[in-house]
Design a binder for this molecule. Structure first.
Ligand SMILES: Cc1ncc(COP(=O)(O)O)c(C=O)c1O
Length: 452
């Protein structure tokens, strides 16, 4: 049988550019990598150039590329039952619900399947509003919750601003506990962790009071902020947010789309602080990119809101059996290969490499990591902490840095003045060292360009 992918590999790029419209891009400036195959922590382009994937493709390929166990499970599911409607009970649905209940924090008992992270957050917002009968959602400024209108409204970063004012109403934003750039502590950068934490909880409490606690349905936050710079909350912060929620009858929604599924060295980032949210959203690592899927985990109390009342919501492909099979087998691979524990172990070597970057390069202002979730803050000047690129912008130095990483075969994500590092959890110490050697080289180049 002839392959339906009958194309000269060198035609992939020009033909793709001719007929397709690209997300997050000015169409005349896109430069897609024509990818031909991927395996483990690497992928290759059509010319055979190998890239070490330090971004897990889109921060999602947690178990690495091309795992035959997941591919096998998907093929088996395609053969048995390729599709069933969202209202039908299927074998992967039965098994995935149970598997998720085992790995998510206690209290989360029911799972609504979505197509990805954005609609998981939108559904979580609907559930919280319906459960509490209140309209407002509090979310943070340095957050990303997805690109559909509701998720964009919750997003705090400038990706929201592009579509305002016609996004979903009812969201109020507050500040993130971003220690390196804390606006409250510019004159006191050595503030204690406890005081720092208390200041940000006081700020949130003030906003709750000013907005009127009885109008607030939920506080939505990325447990560990992702694209906006891997902002790790100080100890006590999440517990404090949970207490504020409990005091005012507000639900806590944790967005674990990026931080979930072993990324931080625990199944979910909330596990580091033993906080149980009322709703938790996930996607990305849920299937490790093998198929599109998101989910909303909820407590029985939230689910019970709809015991006798119809939940008005759903999409044709919610609970697609092939995606559910991918998720189920991804979880099994993570368990069989102890990938969560492995991420915690490799995370120690990762943190050491990050510290070394900080010690060796004047252009590195701060390094942060938890498990295999890391970010480097690049600065022009360590004393003033002036970022290497302006807010919501880029700079010749950041562009050159990104190009050099790619040229040397390292695929990683730069966001304004930060470099995000999220390799697959399967990465070996030798592969980590290979990646960090390339980052050292590219940072040395930035240092030289600044005359250091
Ligand atoms: C924290 C977070 N939430 C939500 C989303 C949106 O997920 P999706 O792109 O699957 O809609 C993302 C995507 O990057 C994310 O990082």
């Amino acid at each position: 049988m002839p392959s339906y992918l009958d194309i000269d590999p060198h035609e992939i790029l020009p033909l793709s550019l001719r007929h397709n419209f690209w997300t997050w891009s000015a169409q005349d400036r896109v430069q897609p990598i024509p990818v031909s195959r991927a395996e483990g922590v690497y992928f290759w382009d059509v010319d055979g150039k190998r890239y070490l994937d330090f971004n897990s493709m889109v921060m999602c390929s947690n178990i690495g590329h091309g795992d035959p166990r997941v591919i096998g499970a998907m093929v088996e599911q395609i053969r048995n039952l390729t599709f069933a409607g969202p209202g039908m009970a299927t074998a992967p649905r039965a098994l995935l619900g149970r598997a998720l209940a085992e790995v998510t924090p206690p209290g989360l008992k029911r799972f609504l399947y979505t197509l990805g992270g954005a609609d998981a957050n939108e559904n979580a917002i609907k559930l919280a509003r319906a459960h509490t009968g209140r309209p407002k959602i509090l979310a943070r400024y340095r957050s990303y919750h997805g690109a559909t209108y509701g998720a964009l409204a919750a997003t705090g970063d400038p990706r929201r601003v592009a579509w305002e004012p016609l996004t979903m109403p009812g969201v109020v934003h507050f500040l993130d506990p971003y220690r390196y750039r804390s606006v409250f502590h510019q004159a006191r950068p050595d503030v204690t962790e406890a005081e720092f934490c208390a200041d940000y909880l006081n700020h949130l409490e003030e906003i709750i009071h000013l907005e009127g606690p009885s109008s607030i349905a939920a506080i939505l936050l990325e447990t560990v902020t992702g694209t906006n710079g891997v902002i790790i909350p100080p100890d006590g912060y999440l517990k404090g947010v949970r207490e504020l929620c409990d005091r005012h009858g507000i639900l806590l929604i944790c967005d674990e789309v990026m931080s979930g599924f072993g990324r931080t060295g625990r199944w979910f980032a909330v596990d580091h602080w033993s906080v149980a949210p009322d709703l938790m959203t996930m996607a990305k690592g849920l299937t490790s990119g093998y198929a599109p899927l998101g989910a909303v985990a909820m407590t029985q109390a939230v689910a019970d809101t709809f015991a006798d009342r119809t939940f008005q919501g759903g999409l044709t492909y919610n609970g697609h059996p092939v995606s559910l099979a991918a998720a189920l087998s991804t979880i099994r691979v993570m368990q069989e290969d102890r990938l969560v524990e492995r991420a915690a172990e490799t995370g120690r070597a990762f943190a050491r490499h990050m510290r070394e970057l900080g010690e060796s390069h004047p252009c590195v202002g701060d390094v942060r990591s938890l498990g295999l979730f890391g970010a480097i803050d690049l600065v022009r000047d360590r004393t003033t902490r002036e970022p290497m690129a302006p807010f919501n912008g880029t700079s010749p130095e950041m562009e050159g840095f990104r190009r050099r990483l790619l040229e040397r075969g390292l695929f990683a994500y730069t966001h304004w003045h930060t470099l995000l590092l999220l390799p697959p959890l399967t990465i070996s110490e030798a592969e980590l060292a290979e990646g960090f050697a390339i980052i050292h080289d590219a940072l040395a180049h930035v240092d030289r360009s600044l005359g250091r």
